[in-house]
Design a binder for this molecule. Structure first.
Ligand code: G3P
Ligand code: CA
Length: 302
């Protein structure tokens, strides 16, 4: 589907579902990813963290407090602990604002020390007259997500973000690559664009990936534009830039600089129609959005 520079021949702008179709379903749940695939997203974004017993799970925050009815850091909990929690009840109907603080995000309206008490009658994860829908409420392992993609019946790319990679001194990347290898995704053929790319705010994490799996594309995420990378260069070996939409709004000429330096540009998190329009105008390669369906509709692809 792609030309030599990695751009799609079918459409110029890839639509990546951020944490799944996370505006409509609880983020990082199977339901959110199923919906994104059904809606026609080109790719799925997910954050991965390592549990205390070495499983990679799709959870954004350091702690489970915001997105589940439990408490504590993912790194101190075992997969069985996470499996006992409800990761869907927090999701109110309507949209969730992008949370500002990566480690203190909470469900709106919940006081910091309120134990979450799910009430089965009013969980959004419950269909009327039935029990909880595990697709909307269970913790998602990366392995299960890879199975979903493998079974989807069409090409769906994955943009996997390593979270808290420094804590584990290489174990996140090691586990990630072992898992990708099992799915035949760690060493894509040279002339075939990889369906998986690894993203991180940590250049060190990306360098670990490059060293162990040189065929996998890497994306350097940037929340703010630092002087070091202002001229369009990226950390060594990184091919794709992942600036925030805030950077792109404030420095629209940065996209051209990156492209001139030979980099693709994947922008996050692009939820507003005017931001989608800006990204189209600037020729970015991918938008990462909580609303893949709305963006695909805006682009005339639905
Ligand atoms: O896709 C990149 C974006 O997800 C980075 O920010 O905090 O949502 O992981 P965050
Ligand atoms: Ca992310």
């Amino acid at each position: 589907h792609r030309q030599q520079d990695g751009r799609s021949e079918r459409h110029p702008l890839d639509v990546v579902a951020h944490r799944g179709a996370s505006d409509e379903a609880p983020e990082h749940t199977l339901a959110a990813y199923r919906k994104a695939i059904e809606d026609g997203a080109d790719a799925l974004e997910c954050d991965v963290r390592l549990t205390a017993d070495g499983h990679l799970v799709c959870v954004h925050d350091r702690r489970v407090n915001r997105t589940s009815n439990g408490r504590g850091a993912v790194s101190t909990l075992e997969l069985a602990d996470l499996a006992a929690l409800d990761f869907g009840s927090w999701k109110a109907t309507g949209s969730e604002p992008e949370a500002p603080d990566r480690d203190t995000e909470r469900a709106p309206g919940r006081a910091p020390d309120d134990p979450a008490v799910p009430t089965p009658g009013n969980l959004p994860g419950l269909a009327p007259g039935s029990g909880p829908d595990p697709d909307r409420t269970s913790v998602l392992t990366l392995e299960r997500l890879l199975e979903l993609v493998a079974d989807s019946g069409r090409r769906v790319e994955l943009a996997i973000e390593t979270k808290h990679p420094t804590r584990w001194a290489g174990r996140v990347e090691e586990r990630l690559l072992t898992l990708l290898d099992r799915f035949g995704l760690a060493a894509p053929p040279r002339d075939d664009p990889s369906p998986v790319r690894i993203m991180s705010f940590s250049a060190r994490s990306l360098h670990r990936v490059q060293a162990a799996a040189p065929g996998l594309p890497t994306v350097y995420l940037m929340q703010f534009l630092t002087p070091r990378y202002r001229d369009g260069r990226l950390p060594t070996g990184v091919g794709i830039a992942g600036p925030s939409i805030r950077i792109v709004r404030n420095h629209p000429d940065y996209v051209a600089r990156l492209r001139r330096a030979g980099h693709q540009v994947h922008v996050w998190t692009v939820n507003e129609p005017e931001d989608v329009e800006l990204c189209v105008r600037l020729g970015v390669d991918a938008v990462i959005t909580n609303r893949p369906k709305a963006v695909l509709t805006q682009l005339g692809r639905r």
